[in-house]
Design a binder for this molecule. Structure first.
Ligand SMILES: Cc1cc2nc3c(=O)[nH]c(=O)nc-3n(C[C@H](O)[C@H](O)[C@H](O)COP(=O)(O)OP(=O)(O)OC[C@H]3O[C@@H](n4cnc5c(N)ncnc54)[C@H](O)[C@@H]3O)c2cc1C
Length: 383
């Protein structure tokens, strides 16, 4: 596939090493609520993880989307939450590089590109998630800028991010054309943030929320004007759906690697587990589901790389990969017996993450709606 021409194997090997040597050993602590240290985030920055697809002219590495998808898969094979934290910061840096004012670029870009600070993108609110256009956070025009009021929840990196891209309504609630995007300094007066904890380990993703009360944003920090912001979300989301699919493939790959090694070394009834047909068939089914998810993910990556419309294929890739992870990770965990529950194996963490993957960047139901509309465009009118 043409995609391999756009990959840099030396860089990818460096990231594999980072995932194995530095992320995987720390990740078990993150399930107990401890957050990744800022040194690890800075190390990710030094390695170039927040500069990946940012143009070289803006201080980035100028890599392809195919590289981003590969990097996401590698990071998620060690820890999905950390992968989400890194890629969300990268995405904010890329957006500032693409549409930030000179002032915004000077204030925020370098710190984000080098992992000295994290960043988040905030759409979801207490009362609205899937129905993005119904957001209630308001942006009111004032002299020289805007005032933001509202609350955002379930936001990756909100616990520690210095900067957020906040989407807010400037017009009538429900009118997607009124939504604009603002760069917000989360340390400014008028912002109160909180962590969101759950049994589905949110520590490495830094999940949290914030309340904005009369927070002032200068004109310089208007990133996407009303009329532009909703379209930008929709065009970027195919990429996000595709890299989340790649992350699920990465988690499946890691689980299969651990499970196969266990099946070869652990014995029952006088032979290795893998020598029992009843043991190896469910593992082979997981292997097959991973192969299918990978094919769709690669097709979505290719569509994005080639500038083709990726809406349908990205939705299908994410549905297939998240469902493969949701269905087969419990099977692989079971195939390792009690040993699979030990924290040094990522099985239980990945299982929780697969649940989160079904929600972020479009829930499975929203994606199925996309497929229903796009796969056979005339079927709605026939019924
Ligand atoms: C760990 C984590 C990190 C996240 N990070 C971010 C982030 O960084 N930034 C951000 O903005 N958001 C983030 N989100 C929020 C995520 O985008 C939302 O969870 C998602 O959009 C779904 O919204 P909701 O949870 O409010 O569910 P709802 O919209 O309330 O839906 C609830 C359920 O009903 C289903 N549903 C809704 N409408 C329909 C329908 N019309 N037909 C059929 N089924 C329907 C949904 O699929 C879902 O299963 C994150 C969420 C999690 C869990």
């Amino acid at each position: 596939m043409a995609m391999s021409q756009t990959l840099d194997p030396v860089f990818l090997n460096r990231i594999r090493q980072f995932a194995t040597d530095e992320i995987a050993p720390a990740a078990p602590l993150w399930t107990k609520g401890q957050a990744p240290g800022s040194e690890l985030f800075r190390r990710a920055g030094e390695l170039g993880l927040m500069r990946l697809c940012v143009p070289e002219a803006d201080g980035g590495l100028g890599f392809s989307f195919a590289m981003k998808a590969q990097v996401c898969a590698i990071l998620a094979s060690a820890d999905f939450g950390f992968a989400m934290s890194v890629v969300n910061t990268h995405n904010v840096a890329a957006r500032i590089a693409a549409s930030g004012s000179a002032g915004a670029r000077a204030a925020f870009l370098t710190g984000l590109l080098w992992g000295e600070a994290s960043a988040c993108t905030a759409l979801t609110e207490p009362a609205t998630g899937s129905d993005v256009a119904a957001m209630e956070t308001r942006a009111t025009r004032v002299r020289d800028g805007w005032v933001l009021d509202g609350e955002k929840v379930w936001i990756v990196n909100a616990r520690h991010a210095a900067t957020a891209i906040v989407y807010a309504q400037t017009g009538t609630t429900g009118d997607a054309r009124g939504i604009a995007a603002f760069l917000v300094d989360l340390t400014a007066p008028g912002c109160r943030r909180h962590a969101i904890s759950s049994d589905f380990a949110q520590a490495s993703a830094g999940t949290g929320g914030f309340v904005l009360s009369g927070l002032e944003v200068p004109d310089d920090n208007l990133l996407l004007e009303p009329g532009q912001a909703f379209g930008a979300i929709m065009s970027e989301i195919n990429g996000a759906r595709t890299y989340v699919a790649a992350m699920c493939c990465g988690m499946m790959e890691a689980a299969l690697t651990h499970c196969s090694a266990h099946g070869a070394s652990r014995h029952s009834f006088g032979k290795p587990l893998a020598a029992h047909q009843g043991w190896r068939l469910p593992v082979a089914r997981a292997e097959t589901a991973l192969a299918a998810a990978r094919e769709l993910t690669n097709a979505a990556v290719a569509a994005i790389e080639e500038g083709r419309d990726a809406q349908l294929i990205a939705a299908q890739a994410k549905i297939c990969a998240t469902e493969a992870a949701q269905t087969h990770l419990p099977v692989l965990l079971h195939a390792m017996g009690a040993e699979g529950l030990r924290p040094e194996y990522p099985m239980a963490r990945h299982l929780a993450a697969s649940q989160i993957a079904t929600l972020v960047d479009g829930s499975t139901e929203m994606l199925l709606e996309r497929v229903a509309k796009l796969a056979r465009p005339h079927s709605e009118t026939r019924t």
